[in-house]
Design a protein around this ligand. Structure first.
Ligand code: SF4
Length: 234
């Protein structure tokens, strides 16, 4: 891999005291081992066949479930299989195809703009570059991390609501800012585990450590979790 498009984005804004604690390092190691046992095949639940589809699906997944995105994208990609086709779309036609997904009006507008940007800036291809993806309409840091890690094989941690919540409950980060949570996790876990880690945390957040009512009694992480028994959202 000649160039790591993420390296320059590793900020030093996390909590140094946290990352220097041997107890915390041990907890992180135990969390990783337990997640490996529980979710050995953890990967994104979004359906896609190429980087363009993954980018579109990830933009659509903001504040929406992967299930709702997966239900809508086959019809969307059948009509608009690439950036060239989507850039020519009328926003209202895209809206019809994604109206079951939250915030669909805004997302339809962003997707048409994004497709035009892919055409004019990147010859219709999804760039293999963090800054270039973040600069696209509707895309942010999480989108860039998802695309770079899943489509291009880079190690990255995409911090969504599940990853942030679990990082805090497990005492792996004290931050609420997703960028700082990302940095805290990067410091605690080996880089070659980042992609697995964020997928496994997302699955655990969806299935066990739910926002409002975590199932602590059946949680494999309860043996190392300082928030076992937490009853309310955080
Ligand atoms: S023990 Fe409870 S709070 Fe801790 S990770 Fe498991 S479900 Fe979440």
């Amino acid at each position: 891999m000649p160039h790591d498009p993420l390296a320059k984005h590793l900020s030093d804004s996390s909590s140094p005291a946290l990352s220097s604690s041997p107890a915390l390092s041990n907890r992180a190691e135990a969390v990783l081992a337990l997640l490996r046992q529980t979710y050995p095949e953890a990967r994104t639940e979004l359906h896609y066949d190429n980087p363009f589809q993954l980018l579109v699906a990830t933009v659509l997944s903001a504040q929406a479930t992967d299930k709702s995105v997966n239900a809508a994208t086959p019809a969307l990609f059948a009509v608009y299989p690439d950036a060239a086709a989507l850039a020519q779309a009328r926003t209202e036609d895209v809206e019809v195809l994604i109206k079951t997904i939250g915030l669909y009006r805004n997302k339809a507008k962003n997707l048409v703009t994004l497709a035009g940007q892919l055409l004019t800036r990147h010859a219709g291809q999804v760039p293999n570059d963090f800054d270039a993806i973040v600069a696209l309409a509707g895309a942010g840091r999480k989108t860039a991390n998802v695309v770079l890690s899943n489509a291009y094989g880079y190690q990255a941690i995409a911090v969504d609501t599940h990853v942030g919540r679990l990082a805090r409950r497990l005492g792996l980060s004290s931050n609420t800012n997703p960028d700082k949570v990302e940095t805290d996790l990067q410091r605690l876990f080996p880089a070659d585990q980042w992609v697995f880690l964020h997928h496994a945390l997302i699955l655990h957040g969806r299935r066990v450590c739910l926002a409002r009512k975590p199932h602590c009694s059946g949680c494999v992480l309860s043996v190392v979790c300082p928030r076992v028994g937490v009853e309310k959202s955080d």
